[in-house]
Design a protein around this ligand. Structure first.
Ligand code: ARG
Ligand code: ZN
Length: 507
């Protein structure tokens, strides 16, 4: 994965002096508990409307998302010119409990008015947007919430990673990169992967600029020196996975042999040679569809930016976003983001603490592509290199011995099943997460392993899943032994051995 960050990651992890995490799987059910109030109310005892919570109780980021409702659809009308964003967001939401008020995750822009079902609503802006409808919402009620806003969008400190998230300037335009919390900087949302919704976007920019988002481009409208791009995302997406870029892009269309339309947007200033890493996307899609089940959306593509602001890629739904510097990683990063469309985008986490279900699976998808294009030895080399990194290979010189390096590695690479909130994208989540799946493959054999991967993608398609769901599936496929093996890989401070490749931690 992101080899360029390894050093920074190591330095960062080493400085935090994190304590060894416990081996028990964390409770990841908190995100769904907010709907319990509805289930326990009865017709004879009406529940008094009360304020919705300002967070969903996520195990890593309790403040993300909001309680008391589910969003079904976002219609965003965004007008961006001269650095100013003028937005109208129309949200269709269903109250899951009687609500006197509720929150949306939104910050940094000025709200001018809010209405609920066309009635003006009182609102407050502080860290989030608090809305008090003229009349409380009854449980089960579908409401239409309109928010008008305006301002100069920007980025917000990223509590989970190494660079700010939200709205950024590129060399010839602007873009959003939102994982995990940045969406609040450009539209109001229930900003948590457990509440996925469909999106319609009208994005208006001055003539000469192109506005790219997730989904399918339904058309463009030109009036008075401005052009409006109409994007439709009709499978549910988590807010952080909605792509947005405004700039000078070339649209390039392709199609996989299996019939998946591919629509890439490449910044016009980029070197054609650097873009050749996307040539095999059609073949990759069909390869992954053969392993994981049909591609989950109706279109795919790459959105490649000309920027030095974000040394990363993000699996934005239907159209993955790539910063310029990440392109040096080549085809593996292209396969990684594509793999996320099944694992992360279609099957989403219900709690950020289960991030390895995104990153471990995408890393393994990337390794499967390496195996497909380079043969079994290429996969083995990847696994061996990943294992050695996790065992502290790069720390031997500074610590003086393999054993001392491993001691330090144990602190730097906490087990992937229990990441810390300030290091969501740790090397362990990616690399040990990928090794976890390789260990499962060796335990189950190829036939049962690939059946399991396809079941995982199929059973939770367009939904949410937890590490517990994964362990249950492993238990069904491979019994208690396979489940125990997975628990050790995910939660034990020690690195389990891979005997087949003669890999074990230094003693
Ligand atoms: N999910 C992205 C990927 O692995 C990583 C995003 C990194 N973002 C960050 N803020 N550090 O493809
Ligand atoms: Zn990833």
């Amino acid at each position: 994965m992101k080899r360029g960050f390894l050093l920074a990651a190591l330095v960062f992890a080493a400085c935090t002096g994190r304590a060894a995490p416990s081996v028990a799987p964390p409770d990841t059910t908190a995100a769904s508990s907010s709907s319990l109030a509805t289930a326990t109310s009865t017709a004879s005892e009406p529940v008094e409307p009360s304020p919705g919570e300002a967070g969903l109780g996520d195990s890593l980021y309790p403040q993300l998302g909001n309680g008391g409702y589910d969003i079904e659809h976002y219609a965003l009308d965004l007008d961006f010119a001269d650095g100013v964003l003028i937005g109208t967001a129309r949200l269709t939401l269903r109250a899951t409990e009687p609500l006197s008020s509720f929150y949306l995750d939104f910050s940094g822009l000025d709200v001018s008015s809010v209405s609920v079902d066309e009635q003006p609503a009182a609102f407050e802006t502080a860290k989030e947007l608090l809305i008090r409808p003229a009349r409380p919402l009854t449980a089960g009620r579908v409401a239409s919430v309109r928010i008008d806003y305006e301002g100069t969008p920007g980025a917000v400190v990223n509590f989970a990673g190494r660079f700010p998230v939200g709205w950024h300037e590129s060399l010839d335009g602007w873009f959003a990169l939102s994982e995990p919390g940045g969406a609040e900087r450009w539209f109001p949302s229930n900003n948590h992967p457990s509440d996925k919704a469909t999106f319609s976007m009208r994005i208006t920019v001055p003539d000469g600029l192109v506005a790219v988002s997730s989904g399918v481009l339904e058309g463009t409208e030109s009036i008075d020196g401005q052009v409006t791009y109409l994007w439709e995302l009709d499978d549910p997406a988590a807010p952080y996975l909605v792509a947005l870029a405004i700039g000078d892009f070339e649209r390039r269309e392709d199609e996989s042999a299996g019939g998946v339309p591919i629509v890439n947007y490449f910044d016009s200033d980029l070197d054609v040679a650097d873009l050749s890493i996307f040539d095999r996307q059609p073949e990759m899609i069909d390869f992954f569809a053969g392993l994981f089940g049909p591609y989950p959306f109706n279109e795919y593509g790459a959105l490649v930016l000309d920027t030095v602001q974000a040394p990363a890629a993000l699996e934005t739904q239907t159209r993955s976003t790539f910063g310029t510097q990440i392109l040096v990683l080549g085809e593996p990063v292209v396969a990684h983001e594509l793999g996320h469309q099944w694992f992360g985008d279609s099957v989403s986490v219900a709690d950020w603490g289960d991030i390895w279900l995104n990153e471990g699976f995408a890393t393994y998808a990337q390794w499967l592509w390496t195996e497909h294009s380079g043969g079994p030895a290429a996969l083995a080399a990847e696994v061996v290199a990943g294992y050695k990194t996790m065992a502290g290979a790069s720390l031997i010189e500074s610590t003086g011995s393999e054993a001392a390096a491993y001691e330090l590695a144990r602190a730097s690479f906490p087990p992937p099943g229990s990441p810390s909130a300030d290091d969501l994208f740790s090397q362990s989540v990616y690399v040990r997460g990928g090794l976890t799946l390789h260990a499962l493959r060796l335990e189950l054999g190829d036939r049962r392993f690939f059946e399991l991967l396809e079941s995982w993608a199929t059973d939770h398609r367009h939904g949410n899943a937890t590490t517990r769901d994964f362990l249950d599936l492993v238990g069904l496929a491979g019994g208690a032994e396979a489940r125990g093996l997975m628990e050790a890989w995910l939660f034990s401070p020690d690195l389990p051995p891979i005997d087949e490749l003669n890999l074990r931690p230094p003693s």
